[in-house]
Design a protein around this ligand. Structure first.
Ligand code: PLP
Length: 410
């Protein structure tokens, strides 16, 4: 359906978890009762004021919300066009947006009487957020992580261990995020009674994509109100980076029915989106298929085998994208573009130099697209980009890419 014929973009998913032809619940019979149970509990919980009171309390006192909406004045001057605001979700406890969602799922798990939390993680950010909240509530935490990622992301593995989590290296498949998610789903079926599976992005079978979006929508709700206060109107454009798509969905959702707001998602173009497949651009370089319980755009070969993505940013290399994004893409309500590793690295440095903000490599992708379009836009055009994570975790990757040596002296 084309976008003019749709009354509201905020009503989805339908009862079977579909956003148009995307999403759904493609799971084994053994998993189905767990998924249905979760759906029933979430439906009850999301209209319960006591639940949201607890969330709001912890968002304020534990996470540090609301995150600021910051006018990036020197960056705006440097680029010489549109007025650029950053939604500062990198200032959250644990350094990214992941904790917004983890808090919601873990409060839900506690209400369901679950004492054991499992999660999958790629770069380790979701694993760290989950281990953090589990420590805070005294819950057992098991994190599945591809063996390859365990090697690449040692500081985050150490963080999770310090926080009391057990990190299970996954050697099946290629030993990456996709395989970790498969093993977590298997664990869930095995330890049904006491276990809650906390998914880190807007993927998985229904109700996960909708539930994670609802928890991350705090980003867009705050940004909307803060923009009204700063500018007296809504932004002209909102932009966010996309791995699985949760920070982007969180920023976009509250703006979906404001047709005047242009919405842009930025995928990881790696070394370039072409048939060498050295990228993670599921929408701009993939096609629909089924993975992890839902139908969506995926990186796959001609036989439907899922391909491993490639990006300088470990947090963006998921071979799929949340089903709601696939639908927003097909209806044309949101645009999806990709930027390369090289462009992201340049944007990373631009943010450091002009604003004193060391961004994660993921939002550096969003910023790279901002840097492309801002100079060609009028000075009264307002852009809001999601600065969804800080770059401490990425400094060694960047140093290597820029060929800098870290000396041992100060
Ligand atoms: C995990 C992560 C991402 C990618 O996940 P989404 O679900 O697409 O948001 C992006 N940025 C940061 C900082 C992350 O930690």
């Amino acid at each position: 359906m084309s976008s003019e014929l749709i009354n509201s973009f905020k009503t989805g998913p339908d009862e079977s978890g579909r956003f148009g032809t995307f999403g759904g619940r493609f799971v084994s019979e053994t998993l189905m009762p767990l998924i249905l149970d979760l759906e029933t509990e979430y439906e009850k919980t999301k209209t319960d004021q006591a639940f949201w009171d607890e969330m709001n309390h912890l968002w304020t006192h534990y996470v540090g919300r609301p995150s600021p909406l910051y006018f990036a004045e020197r960056l705006t001057d440097r680029l010489g066009g549109a007025k650029i605001y950053m939604k500062r979700d990198e200032l959250n406890h644990t350094g990214a947006h992941k904790i917004n969602n983890v808090l919601g799922q873990i409060i839900l798990a506690r209400r369901m009487g679950k004492s054991r939390i499992i999660a999958e993680t790629g770069a380790g950010q979701h694993g760290v957020a989950t281990a953090t909240v589990c420590a805070k509530f005294g819950l057992q935490c098991v994190v599945y992580m591809g063996a390859h990622d365990v090697e690449r992301q040692k500081p985050n593995v150490f963080r999770m261990k310090l926080l009391g989590a057990e990190v299970v290296p996954v050697t099946s498949g290629r030993g990456t995020l996709k395989d970790a998610m498969n093993d977590a789903l298997r664990d869930w079926v095995t330890y049904v009674r006491d276990t809650f599976y906390c998914i880190g992005t807007v993927a998985g079978p229904h109700p996960y994509p909708a539930m994670v979006r609802d928890f991350q929508s705090i980003i867009g709700k705050e940004a909307r109100a803060q923009m009204m206060e700063a500018e007296g109107r809504l932004p002209d454009t909102v932009i966010a980076a996309i791995g699985g798509g949760s920070n982007a969905m969180g920023l976009f959702h509250p703006f979906l029915d404001d047709r005047g707001v242009r919405i842009i998602g930025v995928e990881a173009g790696g070394k370039g989106v072409d048939d060498r497949m050295e990228h993670c651009a599921s929408l701009t370089g993939g096609r629909p298929g089924v993975l992890h319980g839902n139908r969506t755009y995926l990186l796959q070969d001609d036989d439907g085998q899922i391909l491993e993505g490639f990006s300088i940013s470990a947090g963006l290399d998921y071979p799929g994208i949340g089903p709601e994004h696939s639908w927003l893409h097909e209806t044309g309500r949101a645009e999806y573009v990709s930027v390369t590793d090289q462009e992201a690295l340049e944007a990373f440095q631009l943010s450091c130099e002009t604003e004193g903000i060391i961004p994660a490599l993921e939002p550096s992708h969003a910023l790279a697209h901002v840097a492309k379009i801002a100079p060609g836009l009028p000075t009264d055009h307002v852009i809001c980009m999601n600065m969804c994570g800080r770059g401490d975790k990425d400094i060694f990757t960047v140093a290597k890419a820029l060929d800098w040596t870290m000396t041992e002296s100060d």
